[in-house]
Design a protein around this ligand. Structure first.
Ligand SMILES: [Zn+2]
Length: 266
């Protein structure tokens, strides 16, 4: 049941009496992984985003010193994936449902006495929903610290491993995600089906897919295969190094959340 998470760090394995008796609950770090079940081209399974989040968190929690109390909540596999919904197999929640789900999870842990909740998101299509949830929860519960974070915002070494074109345009099922999956779940990858597909660019324009001045898009606007990037250069070795670096980055994130003290309240 605990997948990549060390069992002693898996929140659902606790009893209610253990939760009740837990010391220093205001500083205990709870991490809610948020993934997606969505198409990732013909070569990767639907579970990619959820798998990457769980693998990074699991590795980070293995390395985290025992003196830092941190627990993983069960992953939310489903996310807001409607940009992919022309591709069958994609399962999406609406923004409203995701917002309500995050809020109700957060209120449950707040009621139990916890005051630090990390929303660890591994799907590029939903950071905005998490940010709205976090702000609204903090407005409602002023002593509740919520951290709406994206897996890829922690320090990592993708710049050393990926081509400049891939760093810029390889946003979905490309080299990074495919390499990670070769390291995490190698038996679920169909490398013989991997093909590269880059989206058309807007030459000379300030507007781009995910730049400073973006436009709204669905994946079908940009790609026939569902791939946005080049998975053909992916390797398990690259994936291992990327995973190691992301996990090390997340150890630091969890330590920082544990040490975090909210700005002075008046
Ligand atoms: Zn993905």
């Amino acid at each position: 049941m605990h997948s990549f998470i060390p069992p002693e760090r898996f929140f659902p394995y606790l009893t209610w009496t253990e939760v009740q008796a837990m010391p220093d609950k205001a500083n205990v770090v709870l991490v809610q992984p948020l993934g997606a079940i969505e198409q990732h081209g013909p070569h990767l399974p639907l579970i990619v985003d959820a798998a990457i989040g769980e693998a990074v968190l699991g590795k980070a929690l293995q390395q985290l010193e025992a003196s830092v109390p941190a627990y993983a909540l069960p992953p939310l596999y489903y996310g807001k994936s409607n940009e992919h919904w022309h591709f069958p197999g994609t399962i999406t929640l609406s923004a409203q449902t995701l917002l309500a789900t995050i809020s109700e999870i957060a209120e449950s842990v707040y009621r139990a006495g916890f005051r630090k909740l990390v929303l660890m998101n591994s799907h590029g299509g939903q950071p905005q929903v998490l940010e709205i949830a976090a702000r609204d929860l903090h407005v409602k519960y002023e002593d509740f610290s919520i951290f709406p974070l994206f897996v890829w915002q922690a320090p990592h070494i993708a710049k050393e491993l990926l081509s400049p074109q891939e760093l810029k345009l390889g946003i979905h099922a490309g080299d990074a995600e495919t390499s990670l999956m070769l390291a995490i779940l190698p038996n679920q990858i169909r490398m013989e089906k991997a093909i590269a597909e880059y989206p058309p660019e807007q030459p000379g324009s300030l507007l781009s897919i995910e730049g400073k001045l973006p436009f709204a898009w669905t994946t079908r606007d940009l790609s026939q295969s569902g791939v946005i990037g080049d998975p053909t250069t992916a390797s398990a070795e690259k994936g291992d190094r990327l995973l190691e670096s992301l996990a090390a980055g997340w150890v630091q994130v969890i330590r920082d959340v544990y040490a975090f003290q909210p700005p002075q309240q008046r």
